[in-house]
Design a protein around this ligand. Structure first.
Ligand SMILES: Nc1ncnc2c1ncn2[C@@H]1O[C@H](COP(=O)(O)OP(=O)(O)OP(=O)(O)O)[C@@H](O)[C@H]1O
Length: 919
């Protein structure tokens, strides 16, 4: 409202309290002038009567706001019974000059102030006239799509409710503005395209209550920050279809309104009542282009525009009475009510003053009343105010204050604006109907088309069958004709033959005349010759026919065999296609399997490259043989106590020792009585075992067995540590791995692991087991003999070197398992999971030591490649780690592997979807 109020200007040039002499006869009288006509001093209404507040009407442009001053009428109530008695000896405090639209407020018997209003309604003014001048122009505006307000202000008991809310059920002449407004609205709208709905509320003690649903008693005011429009979406809105239901609603609302019996009014309203009438109208004429009868759909689409919807809102406000608390005799709760009413009315007064004076600040937020009326004063609505006054000189002060309120309100300029918007809903509805029609039409055409095709096909088929039939008939006729001709010619020939035969026998019987005999004989011979020629010819023809028939039969047979062959080859072709298709499917299947294998091989390659890198780093640092670095000097001390040969001489001296002493001898020293010698011997063996070239010889010579013996029998931890280191070196070779397992190595290593405290011993043991974990054939045995548990048991020491070996062992094991699962050699979930490795894996998946982290990341990827592990991994929290690896792992290849693994597993995918995690 603040902006709305601020926009108000005093264009009307209202001069308040500036005395203006209008009649020299009236001494000391003064006129409080009516504002000079503003260029926009009309309501801009087409239908308002000349007597309306609107005055001369001018059209309002649809799309722009125009200035519209608040119109104010004053209405005087007739003396009531009490006043007729109490004020019998006194003149009224006001004198009205309706024709001049002036009101004189008596100061005393000889002096008065004169005020001009837009309309002055005497105590004799009918309700009809009051409606027509105060409200009708506003109602018409609302019907045109503007917001409008009609409000009554005045001292309690002066006729506000009488003016606005009278239902007029006993005497229709008494109908007030609310009832008459709805009558006009319902008469003007079209029920097919327009709608009217109402809300009825009261503002009581700063809370807004629904008069149509009193339980709804704390309705918030919602202000659109863009448009400044105020609405009460929490209020009940009832659609009105007829006047009777509206009157019922008003009666219902009135029954819920707070009222009290005060000294000044037995039925005094203690709340501000607000009736909101929402009028929605479709603007005709603009949407004719949407006619669904239009056959030409392209034309329809080209001209498609949404229809316009005009949304006018009429707000009728029956304010609670302004009153002097002492006069109204309010006390207790009624006193509180009175204070609240006065507070809100005074907030309204302040806002109107600020607007009238074009003040920069309008205190609109001081009360709910002013917030509700922000559009009515200084906003976009057409506003008409009726100030009601009583005649009693005893209430002159209140009457004067009401008049001043009205005078100031006359200075408030609103910028009235039409509320018009595109009716997309209606457009959508229409388009839906249009679309349905088009679809139905399309279906109809489609059906007609299909019917036509069917008809043509049937017709063609009939014609073909008819042609085939007539062709067959013709052929048959032809055949019969030829057959008949043939039979006839045979018959003729036979007859001829019989005649000739007869003739000949006759001739033979007539022998006696020599010449005649001779002649006859001669003739008979000629005839016989010609007949036999003819017979020969017929025979020839017959043979020819038979040959042709045979040829035709052969042709038919030939065609038949061709057809059979063609059918055979078609069947063969189909079989070939099926075969090829099957091959194609097999190929696709094979390809898929190969792709899977490639993925696994890639992951294994990754593992191997990682291990190679680790080994290289380890070698750079001194490697697993680091603890043996001192051996050279130790051996030298045993064998050559004075020698000092560090660095490069180390390997050379061991090799020399190997050559000089011989392997058997060195190995036998492992069982020496002398503990020192045993220590040095085991170190020498360990050093030799670090060289791949020596490993086979050591094993062949029984070195592995001796080293394993040392693990089980030696009390000395150093010996056990070095022996374990040597075994770890030997365990790098696949053949040795099997031997170690066969000789119960895993048990011995497990026992050593369980007893040892020294991290370096544990590191050696873990390294040995980790190497064994990398052997595909030993998986089940290693696990069965407790290898995984031994490995996991060593994590208790917490030393990063030990943890790195454990992680390597787990990664090796997971890799082998993954390989076995892919090849179908293993079903069921991972033995690592069965042995409880998952929690440690998950816990260390993000270990800050990169060797541990990398091994575990790889182990997780291997485990995740098999759907059978997915559920345990999810419940164990491994999914989060996989997601982390797929996002954050610094190694792109591992990152990609994790991502591939996650996206190819349906179980992981389902869980990720459930958790709404993008991967
Ligand atoms: N113009 C009028 N002609 C006849 N009677 C009237 C007129 N105006 C008011 N009255 C009567 O005066 C009394 C008080 O009127 P009304 O209740 O409308 O006053 P109000 O201003 O609404 O009072 P409040 O503010 O206390 O609610 C009613 O009995 C009403 O019938």
């Amino acid at each position: 409202m603040a902006s709305g109020y601020r926009n108000g200007s005093a264009k009307g040039g209202v001069k308040v309290d500036r005395p203006l002499s209008v009649n020299s006869n009236i001494r000391s009288s003064s006129i409080k002038s009516k504002p000079s006509p503003s260029p926009y001093n009309s309501h801009g209404l087409r239908r308002s009567s000349p007597g309306s507040l609107g005055g001369s009407a001018g059209p309002v442009k649809d799309d722009s706001a125009v200035s519209g001053r608040v119109r104010v009428a004053v209405r005087l109530r007739p003396r009531n019974a009490e006043e007729l008695v109490a004020d019998a000896d006194f003149a009224d405090c006001v004198e009205l000059q309706p024709e001049l639209k002036r009101l004189k407020l008596r100061k005393n018997n000889w002096d008065s102030d004169t005020y001009e209003f837009d309309e002055v309604l005497t105590e004799f003014a009918s309700q009809k006239r009051v409606y027509e001048v105060v409200a009708k122009p506003v109602v018409e505006s609302v019907l045109d799509g503007y917001n409008g307000t009609v409000m009554a202000y005045g001292q309690t008991g002066t006729g506000k409710t009488f003016t606005l809310g009278r239902l007029g059920e006993e005497d229709t002449a008494d109908r007030g503005i609310m009832v008459r407004s709805m009558e006009d609205i319902l008469a003007d709208i079209s029920p097919e395209t327009d709608s009217v709905s109402v809300s009825y509320l009261q503002l009581y003690m700063e809370t807004i209550q629904d008069l149509l649903d009193p339980a709804n008693d704390n309705i918030p005011i919602v202000e659109d920050p863009k448009t400044g429009d105020v609405s009460l979406p929490g209020a009940t809105q009832v659609e009105i279809r007829d006047q009777q239901s509206f009157v019922e609603l008003l009666r219902l609302g009135e029954a819920h309104r707070f009222a009290a019996n005060t000294k000044l009014n037995t039925e005094s309203s203690r709340s501000h009542a607000i009736l909101m009438v929402h009028v929605k109208r479709s603007v005709k004429g603009r949407d004719s282009f949407l006619s669904s009868d239009n056959e030409n759909t392209s034309h329809l689409v080209k001209t498609l525009k949404p229809p316009l919807l005009r949304k006018g809102k009429l707000v009728v406000v029956d304010l609670a009475g302004s009153e002097r608390i002492d006069k109204s005799g309010s006390e207790g709760h009624t006193l509180e009510e009175a204070k609240s009413i006065n507070l809100s009315l005074s907030a309204l007064g302040k806002c109107i003053n600020a607007l009238a004076e074009n003040s920069a600040h309008v205190p609109v937020r001081d009360s709910k009343l002013t917030r509700l009326l922000r559009d009515s004063f200084g906003g976009t609505a057409r506003t008409s105010l009726v100030v009601t006054i009583g005649p009693s000189p005893r209430h002159r002060g209140e009457t004067a204050s009401t008049i001043m309120f009205g005078q100031r309100a006359m200075k408030v300029e609103n910028m009235v604006r039409i509320k018009e918007e595109f009716d997309y809903k209606s457009l959508a509805r229409r388009l839906d109907i249009q679309l349905d029609k088009l679809i139905a039409e399309n279906e109809r055409q489609q059906k007609a088309f299909e019917d036509e095709i069917g008809r043509i096909t049937l017709d063609a088929q009939n014609r073909i069958s008819a042609a085939e039939r007539s062709h067959a008939d013709a052929l048959e006729k032809e055949r019969l004709k030829y057959q008949r001709d043939y039979m006839e010619s045979i018959k003729k020939l036979e007859e001829q033959w019989a005649i000739e035969k007869q003739k000949r026998s006759n001739n033979q019987n007539g022998v006696g005349t020599k010449d005649g005999c001779l002649d006859k004989t001669c003739n008979g011979e000629d005839t016989a010759v010609s007949i036999s020629e003819e017979v020969a010819e017929v025979k020839k023809e017959l043979e020819n026919e038979l040959r042709l028939k045979k040829a035709a039969e052969e042709e038919v047979n030939n065609l038949k065999s061709q057809l059979a062959q063609w059918k055979r080859s078609e069947a063969a072709g189909n079989a070939e296609i099926i075969k090829l298709r099957k091959m194609l499917e097999d190929e696709a299947h094979q390809k898929m399997k190969l792709e899977e294998e490639i993925t696994i091989l890639k992951s294994q390659l990754l593992q191997l490259s990682f291990e190679a890198e680790e080994t290289r780093r380890s070698l750079d640092r001194g490697g697993p043989g680091k603890i043996f670095n001192g051996l050279d000097s130790l051996v030298t001390q045993v064998r050559h106590p004075h020698a000092r040969d560090p660095g490069n001489g180390h390997k050379a001296s061991i090799a020399k020792l190997f050559e000089q002493v011989g392997l058997q001898k060195i190995l036998s020293l492992l069982e020496s009585e002398d503990a020192d010698v045993r220590i040095h011997a085991v170190k020498v063996v360990a050093n030799l075992a670090a060289e791949e070239a020596n490993q086979e010889k050591i094993v062949e010579a029984g070195g592995l067995t001796s080293l394993l013996m040392l693990l089980s029998s030696s009390e000395d931890e150093m010996i056990r540590r070095v022996a374990a280191g040597a075994i770890a070196n030997l365990a790098m070779n696949e053949k040795n791995q099997e031997l170690i397992m066969a000789q119960g190595g895993i048990n011995l290593l497990s026992m050593t692991a369980a007893d040892a405290e020294d991290p370096q011993t544990l590191r050696m043991v873990a390294g040995a087991i980790a190497n064994l974990c990398g052997n595909d054939k030993l998986q089940t045995k290693l696990r069965g003999e407790g290898g995984i548990k031994a490995l996991l048991g060593m994590v208790r020491c917490g030393h990063p070197d030990v943890l790195a070996q454990v992680a390597r062992g787990i990664a090796n094991f997971a890799k082998c398992e993954s390989r076995a699962s892919t090849q179908g050699a293993k079903t069921g979930k991972s033995l690592l999971i069965d042995d409880g490795a998952l929690p440690w894996i998950v816990q260390n998946a993000n270990n800050e030591a990169s060797p541990i982290r990398r091994h575990i990341e790889l182990a997780l990827c291997h485990l995740a490649q098999h759907e059978v592990n997915a559920k345990d991994m999810i419940s164990g929290g491994a999914l989060w780690e996989l997601v982390r690896i797929s996002r954050d792992c610094s190694r792109e290849d591992i990152r990609n592997l994790a991502h591939r693994t996650l996206t190819s597993s349906p179980t992981f995918q389902a869980e990720l979807r459930r958790l709404r995690i993008e991967c």
